[in-house]
Design a protein around this ligand. Structure first.
Ligand SMILES: *Cc1c(COP(=O)(O)O)cnc(C)c1O
Length: 437
């Protein structure tokens, strides 16, 4: 051992010469779980994936609970998705002109989301939220937005902002390169705190274009909304004349066919999509009523465009994915129950080993937090035991379970994560905590 490096470690070292941090998206670099041992610093390089399984370049298989960070609800390399993409690729991969597939996928999305009457496709979730923000600003003629601490809406300038301690104080950028002049238009409030949201509105009367929410947070781990929180946000937006934007990039088609808005019965003004609707190809979308979407070019003056928007390969993958999901409506509650059993089982294994732990699960999203009670916001999420998580992460990987390489990311299941795989995972969790001592 010792000096023998795995193929993944070798690839990571050579990739790091030409790719920043060896990766094309920061969290993939495993910095959130890096330990001192050299082989516990390097990400797995993946050779292929099938169903619930991920296979690395060293030939190891893993039960995958990351699922490309959400999209693969049908499991990897779904046969119908692969067939649809292959068929379409032979006919051409991009036209820069309309094709019928765009309307087909739009109709499938609209069928599941009654709040959406018209859609615009883009190429990523980031693009969807950036465009939705411009739309909200253009429609209302206002410049400010309210977002919640710990919610991620892609890497657009206006969203990479936190408000510091005070409610409704001016936003400060989270990243160099975000102009302070822009960041001050972003007001940040704690999740699940309607009083803070009201204060932000009151201190900025007539200036707030939109509230952006992850209706179930997936980007600080899985944090569900308190009962009445989404309804309260809806009411505040109506009272202050702002638009309510549900960022369903992660939750759309995943926690239920109609996303969080169907699950909780709250109707947003604008919805953003990504992840599942592209079946693993690069895609995003945003949609709203005809009146709101009619303000977008070419029907209206608010500009938005994209060379690869509505890309035929992505549309074909999306159609093959969503049409299968529509046929599996009855399987959603089964998967939700299985996912809850998984999360609660891992938390129980942690507690049995003497670690405080709590679990959350909504649909096929889940988290295990190494703290005694389930967190309701980012402050509480941060107060979980990240050091123990890091050791747990590697212990699980050694036992063939691939978890998100961060204590602050949600886990995902697919329809191919069977009861047997869940039990196998729970056995691995018990062994892992026992081995960690
Ligand atoms: C992943 C995600 C995004 C960003 O989507 P990308 O395709 O990574 O740009 C935006 N919002 C939410 C809620 C997400 O989970």
């Amino acid at each position: 051992m010792g000096s023998t490096r795995t193929r993944s470690e070798q690839l990571f070292a050579s990739a790091s010469e030409v790719l920043v941090g060896g990766v094309n998206s920061p969290v993939r670099a495993f910095r959130g779980v890096a330990l001192d041992e050299p082989h516990k610093r390097s990400p797995l390089f993946i050779e292929r994936a099938e169903g619930p399984w991920l296979y690395d370049v060293d030939g190891n298989g893993y039960i995958d609970y990351v699922l490309s960070w959400g999209p693969m609800l049908l499991g990897h390399a779904d046969p119908k998705v692969i067939e649809a993409v292959s068929l379409q690729a032979r006919k051409g991969t991009s036209f820069g002109a309309p094709c019928g597939l765009e309307e087909q996928l739009a109709r499938l999305v609209i069928q599941a989301f009654p709040s959406v009457e018209k859609l615009r496709f883009v190429s990523s979730g980031t693009e969807a939220t950036m465009s939705a923000l411009r739309l909200a600003r253009g429609v209302t003629g206002r410049e400010k937005l309210i977002k919640c601490e710990g919610c991620y809406h892609g890497h657009g300038d206006s969203f990479l902002v936190k408000a510091g301690s005070g409610v409704a104080t001016l936003g400060l950028p989270d990243s160099p390169g975000v102009p302070a002049d822009l960041a001050r238009h972003t007001l940040t409030v704690p999740y699940n705190d309607l009083d803070a949201m009201r204060q932000a509105f009151e201190h900025n009367a007539g200036a707030v274009a939109a509230v952006f929410l992850e209706p179930v947070v997936g980007n600080m781990g899985c944090v569900p909304p308190d009962e009445g929180y989404l309804q309260g946000a809806r009411a505040l937006c109506d009272e202050f004349g702002a638009l309510l934007v549900f960022d369903e990039v992660m939750t759309g088609f995943r926690i239920s066919l109609g996303g969080a808005q169907a699950h909780y019965g709250v109707r947003p003004d604008i919805t953003t999509f990504g992840k599942v609707i592209g079946g693993g190809l690069p895609v995003g979308a945003f949609g709203a009523s005809r009146a709101v979407m009619g303000q977008l070019a070419p029907e209206g003056p608010i500009y938005q465009a994209g060379t690869l928007s509505g890309n035929p390969l992505a549309m074909a993958a999306g159609i093959a994915t969503i049409s299968q999901l529509l046929a599996r409506q009855d399987d959603y509650p089964v998967l939700a129950a299985r996912t809850r059993h998984l999360a609660e089982g891992i938390a129980a294994a942690a507690r049995d080993a003497g670690h405080p732990a709590s679990a959350t699960a909504v649909g096929s999203m889940f988290s295990v937090f190494l703290r005694a009670t389930a967190p309701r916001n980012w402050e509480e999420v941060k107060a979980s035991d990240a050091a123990t998580f890091r050791r747990f992460f590697w212990a699980m990987q050694e036992r063939g379970v691939y978890l998100a390489p961060s204590a602050f990311e949600a886990g995902f299941t697919s329809f191919l994560h069977t009861d047997a795989l869940v039990e196998q995972t729970l056995a691995a969790a018990r062994e892992s905590f026992a081995a960690m001592g």
